[in-house]
Design a protein around this ligand. Sequence first.
Ligand code: GRG
Length: 294
Amino acid sequence: MELQIAKHTKEVEEIICRFLPKEEGYQKTVLSAMNYSFNAGGKRLRPMLMLEVFRLFGGKNIKLVEPFMAAMEMLHTSSLIHDDLPAMDNDEYRRGKKTTHIVYGEAMAILAGDGLLLYAFETAAKAYEVEPENKNIGKALSIFAQKAGIYGMVGGQTVDVEMEGKPLSQEQLLFIHHLKTGALIEASMMIGAILAEASDEDVLKIQKIASNIGLAFQIQDDILDVMGDEEMIGKPVGSDCKNNKTTYVSLKGIEQSHADVERYTNEAVGLLDSLHGANEFLKSLLMALVNRKK
Ligand code: GRG
């Protein structure tokens, strides 16, 4: 499976990198900061999911989905740049490299995040150059904006920032996970389905699959955090001992968290099986994502 994922990652990488802007003109510092962050690595999970769902529904013209794949990775990268800023998580490293504000300074990192966010929309709109009359492009753009914005990732991040250092209820934590992490996974898979002309009913099913996978992915993230944090062992359930942050594991315990990852994944795979056609790679990819060890 690892080999297969590596092959697909290479395919996705080749597609999305074609859409990066050239580093030229008086504004080339911001372009260089944008490209630095985009090229700093990453699993390319969201564009890969988009492409596989497009294939699942028999999407014919891959050129149509390519701009959206690149746009989704740009959007995701823009959120990571802003998340790493001193005003938010204040992280020095991301994807094994120095973060954008460490390399380019804070002002340029803010601009690189803004630049990537807007260039993501400019890039997605290039799908109109491929099929000018295709009404699904408008639908896909609407999902793209919605899931990124106040009813999606930005909304989730808002609650996360506001609740920092305070104990969270399970409902609040799930709200944050669902919007902050789940929304872009939902958008990626839904856009793949919409552009492949899936029925509204199937797009809803895909949204449900993605929502389950998003939660399982984030719970697994919380589990991996704890496993990498030896000090947690023996500490009372209730909060992450590092920065007093409530996580799924601190609320539910490690065993229940493992069980919930399995439950959400099984639900997603069951729904996937109920769709016509089969994409074995997509199924294995979903399993690999939630069972990942890093
Ligand atoms: C600029 C649009 C915009 C938003 C600002 C800062 C912010 C609002 C949102 C932050 C959202 C955030 C950091 C969510 C975390 C999502 C997540 C699970 C990231 C890690 O994803 P992976 O594991 O990372 O796919 P790689 O590096 O592999 O891409």
